[in-house]
Design a protein around this ligand. Structure first.
Ligand SMILES: Cc1cc2nc3c(=O)[nH]c(=O)nc-3n(C[C@H](O)[C@H](O)[C@H](O)COP(=O)(O)OP(=O)(O)OC[C@H]3O[C@@H](n4cnc5c(N)ncnc54)[C@H](O)[C@@H]3O)c2cc1C
Length: 441
């Protein structure tokens, strides 16, 4: 069954979210930027009541199953929610859906023991603790076979050594998921031997030097880190794509409002055809991205993240591209104002290259899509492609052989078929011949 509608009850929730974000979250962002992420008591006093309102509406950590404390709405509803949240800097953290915690929580939910969930998952869900994900290494990010960080078992402990690069929020995380060549480990950041370098400031360079963690800090099976990372990144990527839909819709709103507000050369700029082209192309691209993301979220809900991996990879590079194109057009239509930081557009446009690198560079995802798609195809057996019309026509004639043999009119028609294209239209440059009528015409 095909249905693009939203259940009225959930639409009512979305309407509430829209209003709540405009009246509560955006003012907090504008006046106290960063308060929702801060551990400062005064900041928490501002943000915690908003979190409580979200909980009271049953919208906290929407993507998690009921037994884990979420409402179990799944990815499709999260996508619809994120189409709103992604417009506001702090909304994801106020709704318990912020990166990098969401992906880490999904990984813990899928692979953690009951004890591990109690120790880390539930505090993460309550934002009593924050997490980071340490996978990329200085010598290479796109190719996991270049990673060197490893753990050695020593009695009831593991000893981790290695160097990680671009661990987002690593400096402020309570726990870090460290991908080793022989397993995924949960490392409390204050463990001796965890050295966070001074820069980069937000995405940290971390050295792990003889870091000892108890044996039960291994998450999932030994040597299972790649599978866990895929699980984590799959979720993370689709969440980024959902928030990107919100961003490009914001850019579109800004662009359309301005197009109707500004005059140039005797008319409102919305009446200039090249402005109309920018709006029309953006409209189509945003909706193509949106439907791709929603279809992917639906697929995850109805099968698994793994089953949706080709779609997730397509979302990943498509969202970077649409963000780049739409934010550029919106910025351009804003003219000089667009080049300042007085609207969200400059930041949005400059985040587009980042989107094409974070969670795996676009090229790698394109390779994934092409490789997976090509698995459904075979090379054609002979010289000609399957859709080579003369060969298909010869084959099709066999079906009508008796009819053609019995009726000269139909035989003439069939013999002239090569003069007409695949859809019965004369090919360019072909002489127009009188077509033999059907026998009963
Ligand atoms: C904002 C942001 C946040 C991030 N957060 C985290 C995090 O929390 N934890 C974490 O572990 N990592 C994080 N990363 C790192 C991210 O995963 C890596 O940057 C990414 O995997 C690419 O690795 P790299 O930077 O080493 O680039 P490289 O692997 O060196 O790639 C550089 C370029 O080489 C080319 N290239 C590479 N491979 C191929 C290929 N197979 N085919 C064609 N061309 C190719 C592409 O042009 C590519 O852009 C983050 C990155 C960003 C930008």
């Amino acid at each position: 069954m095909w249905d693009f509608s939203t259940e009225p009850e959930f639409q009512a929730q979305l309407d509430w979210v829209d209003e709540f974000c405009r009246t509560e979250v955006e003012p907090l962002d504008l006046v106290f930027p960063g308060a929702a992420y801060s551990r400062d008591a005064k900041a928490r006093a501002l943000a915690d009541p908003l979190r409580q309102q979200v909980r009271d509406r049953g919208l906290w950590a929407l993507f998690l199953d009921r037994e884990l404390g979420g409402p179990g709405f799944g990815q499709l509803k999260l996508a619809l929610l994120n189409e709103i949240l992604g417009r506001y800097r702090s909304a994801p953290v106020i709704f318990g859906t912020a990166a990098p915690d969401t992906g880490n929580m999904e990984m813990l939910a899928a692979y953690g023991t009951d004890e591990q969930k109690t120790r880390w998952l539930y505090p993460l869900m309550d934002q009593k603790i924050f997490s980071a994900f340490s996978m990329t290494e200085p010598q290479g990010g796109s190719d996991p076979s270049l990673f060197l960080t490893h753990a050695v078992r020593d009695g009831e402990e593991w000893i981790i050594n290695g160097e990680k690069w671009f661990t987002s929020a690593g400096a402020r995380a309570d726990i870090i998921f460290v991908m080793c060549v022989n397993g995924m480990f949960v490392v409390p950041r204050d463990t001796p031997g965890v050295h966070v370098a001074e820069y980069p400031a937000l995405h940290n360079h971390i050295r792990y030097v003889d870091v000892r963690v108890p044996a039960d800090h291994l998450l999932g099976p030994q040597d299972g880190a790649k599978v866990l990372a895929q699980r984590r990144l799959g979720g993370g990527r689709i969440h980024h794509a959902m928030r990107t839909v919100a961003q490009v819709k914001l850019a579109f709103d800004i662009m359309c409002e301005r197009a109707l507000s500004r005059q140039s050369h005797g008319k409102v700029i919305a009446d200039h055809q090249m402005v109309q082209e920018a709006i029309a192309d953006s409209y189509a691209e945003i909706n193509m991205l949106r439907l791709l993301v929603l279809w992917t979220a639906w697929t995850i809900d109805n099968s698994s993240t793994r089953a949706a991996r080709t779609q997730i990879a397509a979302c990943k590079y498509t969202c970077a591209k649409v963000l780049r194109e739409v934010s550029y057009r919106a910025l351009h239509i804003m003219g000089s104002l667009g080049t300042t930081d007085l609207t969200p557009l400059q930041a949005m446009w400059s985040s587009a290259p980042t989107m094409a690198i974070a969670d795996g560079v676009d090229e790698v995802h394109k390779v994934t899509v092409a490789r997976n798609v090509l698995r459904g195809y075979q090379p054609h057996p002979g010289l000609w492609p399957t859709e080579y019309i003369p060969a298909k026509r010869e084959e099709a004639r066999k079906k009508y052989a008796d009819l053609i043999a019995a009726d000269p009119d139909l035989a003439a028609w069939a013999d002239a078929a090569h003069l007409r294209g695949a859809w019965g239209v004369a090919s360019p440059g072909q002489p127009q011949r009188r077509q033999a009528p059907p026998a009963n015409a």
